[in-house]
Design a protein around this ligand. Sequence first.
Ligand code: TRP
Length: 457
Amino acid sequence: MANLQEKKQREQWGSRLGFVLAASGSAIGLGNLWKFPYMAGENGGGAFVLIYLVLLVIVGFTLMLAELTLGRYTQLNAIGAYKKVREKWAWVGALGVLAGFMILAFYSVVGGWVINYVFKAVTGAFNTTDMGVLGGMFGSMITNPIEPLIFHAIFMALTLGIVIGGVKNGIEKYAKILMPALFIMLLIIMVRSLTLPGAMEGVRFFLAPDFSKITGAVVLAALGQVFFSLSLGMGCMITYGSYISKDEDLLQSSLAVPLLDTGAALIAGLAILPAVFAFGFDPAGGPGLVFITLPAVFSQLPLGGLFGVAFFILVLFAALTSAISLLEVVVAYVVDEWKWTRKKATFIIAGIIFALGVPASLSIGPWSEFHILPGKGVFDTLDFVASQILLPVGGILLSIFLGWVLGMDNAIKEATNDGKLRFPLAGTWSILIKYVAPIAITVVFVKGLLDAFGITF
Ligand code: TRP
């Protein structure tokens, strides 16, 4: 209650459902529909999925509650939240804001691909099951120097438009209709995929773990994916938590959001990987997997053309609700701390992120020879550094901060609305936050980095 003025300018979610939808909207995005299937495909299928699920339980739920708790406790943005509790920790929030810049830069490039595919679907460009044709179409789209930049600009402009207009009356309202629509559509596509001849091999690949495929790099990739998919490790959920009212149930939300998110990822995997095998495509095909395989599935569906259009529009919507949460992290900081107007902040930050996305897009086409990290151009470097370095480091620091600086007594008090809510797992949560999460993430992180760069002892 200390700062009435601040509370006044801060928006709050309209309802519990509104918050859960907004947070799920942030979590469910290209990470589930585009990244998860191809990461699983590249990292040994079932082995990756299993590790993902283990890390979801140990780290995912734990840190989701941690971020929401810190956000609501301080009612501030990612940097402000740390600063308010302990001035010297502000840089941890700053690391998160930096990650937000990097992620949105390449995220928006992919968002642009999705818009491009909406148009391709409308014109019926991909009505074939010929993987050579579909692969060629995807390849020439992303390597073109100019075209992806135009769509990247359109995606950034849409994101900007929503963030400027305020989130509550736009996204929250549409999320109620469009997110369920996305789920239903994914389920239909999944059924069609699963009933294609040869699909079972894909199911086996996706669900039966081959333990020989597990390396430090695979575990780190799964960890990075848990953070990325749940929007954790950079203060996104701190920011969203800061808009939650004090009588909301954080415990329930921290279960619901990761469960919905994981459901979406698994359904997406089961929609895509069986089709990959059925059409004889390579599961390690990388970022093109969704864009190349799904059009082939659509061409096997009655009214497939219409389906394709609706599907890519829904993917676009899922991507937008995630992108706005990334932009919001940076905007909330600048508005809170630098006292810029929301409009000025949004325009300038979106402009900088657009600019950063330009070399990311070019690095796939004309600049593909230019590498920043071994074998990685700008696009891959942004993704790798943000998802597999900054987010896990952010997670380690967040759990240390909550467990040892803010203290678990304060945290549990906030998470249970001053003891009003039952929290039987409070003791477990404390141990997870204070010891298990920081140690587990550190071990995976260090071992994974060494493996990723081929350093062995
Ligand atoms: N979770 C989103 C997705 O799966 C992406 C995203 C939104 C994100 N906000 C984030 C990732 C914050 C990391 C951190 O597509």
